[in-house]
Design a protein. Structure first.
Length: 698
């Protein structure tokens, strides 16, 4: 009891002594939450991004039946063996647990949708606090820790993927990684192998493991840590004193790193995630090298670095300087290699050379094109950090600077990922913060090295913070406010889902495009042929072929027999997706298969009634002329000719004027959509909201 009272008194004293910083961190947490909560202004509890709907569906299965189905009960019904669901992760179980607390044991779908949308906000705000501690530990500076926390809170690319309604396993995964890095830094902060050091290494491994069982992107851990440890080993041969092998800094770093990575490897492997194979597969995909060769080179590289570190450590002080020079040289070589790859590897240069469908679609496409809007001027900071940090190793020669290598590789790896794929741009949102800290610390320490006056340092610090605050506070809300929940951004989907819920049975089967599959399956609980997982290339190919073929009998056979659907959903955007459909139908990116859809981009022109007729694009068209010009049934007779040569076909859908070229007019899409005589025997229009249509397959 005396021991317990003493601990309580010690905790109270620590809280009191740090009361100002605790208050600041609470404000930071609330600030980070407020930036990420803009989705609450929309009605309907619709989630922000498609993947969030899929994970909400898995949480719903846990809440209703206590387990997640091995085979998806709602999507890819046409596949003989169904589609295997994602394995349950820590995120799903925690979300289920938190929901049960809020729901008090009763199931309510609206309440579930409401609660799960806020988990990313909480995790994102906690990551901001975690980054404060990471910055504080690495730099031994509360002020840099606060900069780290604030930047994490406001960086647009990171904030938008941790805002309300986003995919929660992303933010939760990063939370475990950041906490794990804090303990890993504490373990490597000393050259010793004390009980405290080993406990920190174990805790790092445990938190890295939590990321592994919560998020597939845990591959970041070994990809960042292994090269970082290699450079740290070289630097420590220069920095540390010569000691017996059993007490050497090199051996202690290897042991503590092996403990953390060993625990992570074992637990992730038990969970079913083999990071070694996954890393090898990434190298095969990105660099187009043999998998066994890539693995062999990796193993040889690790052994070579360890042997080199032990050798350098055995040399005299002047010989050990080689470790410093090698570390600096390898960092710059790595930076140049990555920059060189962006230029010489076809897949890295504005999508040229990409031939697979998946590499060109949505978040799988190149990420560099969105850097401006997602990072704005803040992008300058990590670039400066990457370039100046290796120079800082030589110039500053500080004992603790080796830990910053973790941030350097974290910045470089995530920058590479963001450049290569759009879906990884939010990962570099955190890497941007890491690189920015390197730049900020370099300039601060440079001022200290050359004995700059305290007043000058204070002015620079205040100026830098003001710059960050103005950019961050302005950029994040502006960027985040551009986004709406998927349904709210196109309310026709709300009407469609309401109709499906009210007019079809639970057994109804829909033929749909993958882009809206996650949302439709969660909200309606009906059966759909595809979703955003792109689990079946054949499903995507079938829908694409259904759209672009001119053979209506072939299209009907696909919908009725291959897919076995009761309904087909057609969005008006399909009229501008002919080239994409051609690629999907062919199973490859090939301009020769899409040439038929390059003659004319279809146009949907919204018209509003007026006293004199309808106003379309600012031009008034008399009602009688509009009805004579635009048809509401498919026709083979052109309405007009563009430049006197290209046939154009004008159709109307309520007050919408639809103009398409001859290639689109001959497709099954146009014939079904405009109810041709050929297709009316196969399909019955049952729903229409602003051009979004559902047809019952006869």
């Amino acid at each position: 009891m005396i021991f317990l009272n003493a601990n309580i008194k010690e905790i109270k004293k620590k809280v009191y002594d740090n009361r100002k910083m605790i208050l600041v961190l609470i404000v930071l947490f609330l600030f980070a939450m407020s930036i990420r909560s803009n989705i609450v202004r929309f009605e309907g509890n619709y989630l922000f991004e498609p993947d969030a709907y899929y994970h909400a569906r898995l949480v719903e299965e846990l809440a209703q039946q206590g387990y997640i189905n091995n085979i998806d009960p709602n999507v890819y019904y046409q596949l003989p063996n169904g589609a295997v669901s994602a394995p349950p992760s820590l995120y799903h179980y925690l979300s289920w647990f938190l929901y049960e607390i809020v729901a008090l044991g009763a199931f309510n779908k609206e309440l579930l949708a409401f609660t799960v949308q806020f988990f990313p906000v909480i995790f994102g705000a906690l990551i901001s606090i975690g980054m404060y501690f990471l910055g504080k530990e690495i730099f031994d500076s509360k002020k840099i820790g606060l900069i780290a926390g604030f930047l994490t809170a406001v960086t647009p690319a990171f904030a938008y993927r941790t805002m309300a309604g986003a995919q929660g396993d992303n933010s939760m995964g990063f939370l475990w990684m950041v906490i794990g890095l804090v303990f890993f830094v504490r373990a490597l902060k000393t050259d010793t192998r004390t009980k405290k050091d080993l406990i920190n290494a174990v805790l790092a491994g445990i938190f890295f493991s939590l990321m592994a069982i919560g998020w597939s992107l845990h591959l970041l851990i070994p990809v960042v840590l292994i090269p970082s440890i290699a450079i740290i080993l070289l630097y420590k041969t220069y920095d540390s004193k010569k000691k017996p092998l059993k007490d050497s800094a090199v051996l202690n770093i290897i042991i503590k790193s092996a403990i953390a990575l060993g625990i992570y490897t074992i637990i992730s492997f038990i969970y079913g995630s083999d990071w070694i194979t996954a890393a090898t597969n990434v190298l095969v995909e990105v660099l187009n090298v043999d998998g066994f060769f890539a693995l062999l080179i990796g193993v040889i590289g690790v052994i070579a670095f360890i042997a080199l570190a032990f050798y350098l450590q055995s040399l005299d002080k002047s010989g050990r300087k080689m470790g410093l020079y090698l570390a600096i040289a390898l960092l710059y070589i790595g930076l140049l290699l990555v920059a060189f790859m962006f230029v010489i590897v076809p897949d890295f240069f504005y999508n040229s050379g990409r031939t697979s469908i998946i590499s060109m679609v949505g978040e799988e496409s190149l990420g560099i094109t969105s850097f401006g809007i997602k990072y704005n001027v803040l992008l300058i900071l990590p670039i400066i950090g990457l370039v100046l940090f290796p120079f800082g190793l030589f110039l500053l020669k500080r004992k603790d600077i080796h830990l910053q290598v973790l941030l350097w590789f974290g910045t470089l790896v995530t920058l590479f990922m963001a450049y290569y794929k759009l879906k990884f741009t939010f990962v570099f949102g955190l890497g941007l913060v890491m690189g920015a800290l390197l730049a900020v610390d370099f300039f601060f320490k440079l001022l200290e090295k050359y004995n700059a006056e305290k007043g000058i340092e204070a002015k620079i610090i205040i100026g830098a913070l003001f710059f960050i605050i103005v950019l961050g506070v302005a950029a994040a809300p502006i960027y985040l406010n551009q986004f709406q929940p998927f349904a709210n951004s196109d309310t026709r989907w709300i009407d469609a889902m309401d109709w499906i819920n009210n007019n079809t049975t639970k057994e109804a089967k829909f033929f749909n495009w993958w882009g809206e599959g996650h949302q439709l399956a969660f909200v309606t609980e009906r059966n759909f042929s595809s979703d955003n997982r792109n689990y079946s290339a054949e499903a995507n190919s079938n829908y694409a072929e259904f759209m672009i073929t001119s053979d209506v009998n072939k299209a009907y056979d696909i919908a009725k027999n291959k897919i076995g659907a009761d309904y087909v959903i057609i969005h008006p955007n399909n009229f501008s997706s002919g080239q994409s459909f051609a690629f999907y139908a062919a199973g490859k990116i090939d301009s020769s298969v899409s040439n038929n859809f390059s003659d004319f981009q279809s146009r949907f022109i919204g018209c509003s009634p007026s006293d004199n007729g309808l106003v379309c694009n600012g031009q008034t068209i008399p009602t009688e002329q509009f009805e004579q010009m635009a048809k509401d049934k498919w026709t083979s007779a052109p309405t007009d000719f563009y430049n006197g040569q290209l046939p154009l076909f004008y159709y109307r859908n309520d007050n919408i004027l639809i103009v398409i070229g001859p290639s689109y007019n001959e497709t099954n899409l146009a014939k079904v959509y405009f109810n041709s005589d050929e297709t009316s025997k196969y399909y019955e229009p049952v729903f229409d909201s602003g051009g979004l249509k559902i047809f019952k397959i006869k």
